[in-house]
Design a protein around this ligand. Structure first.
Ligand code: ADP
Length: 481
């Protein structure tokens, strides 16, 4: 199969460029093991030049009227939509998710470009009522400057647009270091940005196997004024430490440990549908995937039975094949982690309702799994599985489940299903998470702020708040009037 929009060089200052050393690294299809491309493996010395190019480009970019930037972003959006099929095939090839999910990601990722093309025109400042007859107070919002993004493999397209579109809309330029697992989608997006007429140097993509070396440079470089990172909490903390010396602004979208609570008064069918949607999307490999399912006594057995029945039916296979809803996991390490966490739970008394082991297909496929009889002491209660395993815990009352749900250092996403309005409002206020889905298992949208609290990070992406991450406030006092 030939893949359209396939590029294997870095995109720097508007041009396709090899690494100085000529080094490359392999990108493989997790379903077939095939090598899709050998991509330029940039070193820190290559990236140094990119940062300077982004700085040069920013001068013109920030001076353009917002309306002009908006128009270019809109053309980029139109091109992304026009190439939905090419991009979706690329995402499935390098990341493994089923094609229908990949198409969904293109639409979702593109929606941020659409949204921020409009928000570009609405970065309003303020006039503050003055304290004296002879002076006036004004607040300007100005682009931060050159920004960097480090992105993960689970959404190779959307994790880039929700950062880059906001940055570009605000008048910043950006250097993106995509995941070494999925650089091809990022490079395809750069090609479409080039065709859209986004000027050279405004958006740069620097693939590299040396995530730590490039990461350090991006954190420590004084020209870069802001870093936006999506990935694991451990790496997020490291980056924050590395950014301390230049006091960089940061947005960190880190790990989660999402509880999914089903109260006795919930709609059973809705809850099961939501649990599957939130748990098994991308084979469980998203930071907002349900990690712990808490079900109240009265509805517990019926819920487990229905969930098990439906999970057992999920079709596993190559994401490029029709009707497949569960693709392979990203790599062997991911499979080992899921197997280990299930082993821990079962070893401590959990019961496998369905699945529970690596799939007969081999490779990195894993059986969609439901566990019951889960206890708070098991590792799955605290660790993000990032795989297709749904562990069910039984609970008795509201106070108990709120305590259990909050008993985590993460605070990204929580879901709960209930109908009693008093309970809904009360539980919503008590949950310590940046986002809460109530009777809904999929809530990400460009229209609303995405982000976490506690060790899930800080900063928001999408919505009217997303662009604020890329502007600085400047207070001006006009005196002597
Ligand atoms: P995941 O477990 O989802 O792969 P990571 O945090 O390891 O999460 O990866 C997310 C992104 O962070 C990827 O682009 C990866 O290359 C990058 N990364 C990994 N380690 C480092 C590091 N030490 N410094 C900077 N970036 C890193």
């Amino acid at each position: 199969m030939t893949l359209a929009l396939l590029h294997d060089q870095a995109f720097i200052d508007g041009a396709w460029v090899a690494a100085d050393t000529g080094a490359t690294f392999e990108v493989r299809n997790p379903a077939t093991g095939d090598v899709l491309a050998r991509v330029a493996d940039l070193a820190a010395s290559d990236v140094e030049r990119v940062i300077l190019a982004a700085e040069r480009a920013q001068v013109d970019w920030r001076e353009r009227p917002a309306k002009e930037r908006a128009k270019l972003l809109r053309v980029w959006f139109d091109l992304i939509i026009a190439h939905t099929e090419d991009l979706a095939r690329l995402i499935t090839a390098e990341q493994g998710k089923p094609l229908y999910e990949a198409r969904g990601e293109v639409a979702f990722g593109a929606s941020f470009v659409d949204w921020f093309s409009e928000e570009a025109k609405r970065v309003y400042g303020d006039v503050i009522p003055s304290a004296g007859r002879d002076r006036r107070f004004v607040v300007l919002k100005q682009p931060i400057g050159v920004c960097a993004a480090i992105t993960p493999w689970n959404f190779p397209l959307a994790m880039i647009t929700r950062k880059a579109a906001a940055a570009l809309a605000a008048g910043c330029t950006m250097v993106v270091k995509p995941s070494e697992e999925t650089p091809l989608t990022a490079l395809a997006m750069a090609e479409l940005a080039r065709r859209a007429g986004i000027p050279a140097g405004v958006l740069n993509i620097v693939p590299s196997k040396d995530a730590a070396g490039i990461g350090r440079l991006l954190c420590e470089h004084p020209i870069i004024r802001k870093l936006s990172f999506t990935g694991s909490t451990a790496v997020g903390k490291l980056l924050m430490r590395q950014c301390a010396d230049t006091l960089k602004k940061l947005s960190l979208e880190l790990g989660g440990n999402a509880p999914f609570i089903v109260f006795d008064d919930a709609d059973l069918n809705l809850a099961v549908t939501g649990a599957i949607a939130s748990k098994f999307r991308n084979s469980g490999q998203t930071c907002v995937c349900t990690n712990r399912i808490y079900v109240q006594d009265g509805i517990h057995d019926a819920f487990v039975a229905k969930l098990t029945e439906e999970v057992a039916r999920l079709k596993v296979g190559d994401g490029a094949a029709p009707e497949v809803v569960q693709g392979p996991l990203i790599n062997a390490k991911a499979v080992a982690k899921v197997a280990e966490l299930i082993g821990d739970a079962v070893g401590h008394g959990a019961r496998v309702e369905t699945g529970g082991k690596a799939h007969a297909l081999g490779g990195t496929w894993f059986e969609p799994t439901v566990l019951s009889g889960m206890q708070a002491s098991m590792r799955l209660a605290q660790e993000e599985a990032f795989g297709p395993v749904a562990p069910v815990f039984r609970f008795k009352n509201e106070a108990e489940v709120v305590r259990l749900a909050n008993d985590t250092r993460y605070g990204l996403m929580a879901y709960f299903y209930a109908r009693d309005v008093n309970r809904i409002w009360h539980v919503l206020e008590e949950l310590q998470f940046g986002m809460v889905g109530i009777n809904e298992g999929l809530i990400s949208t460009e229209l609303a702020p995405f982000g976490g609290i506690k060790e899930s990070g800080f900063g928001r992406e999408g919505s009217k708040y997303g662009i604020e991450e890329y502007v600085e406030l400047k207070y001006a006092c006009f005196g002597g009037l």
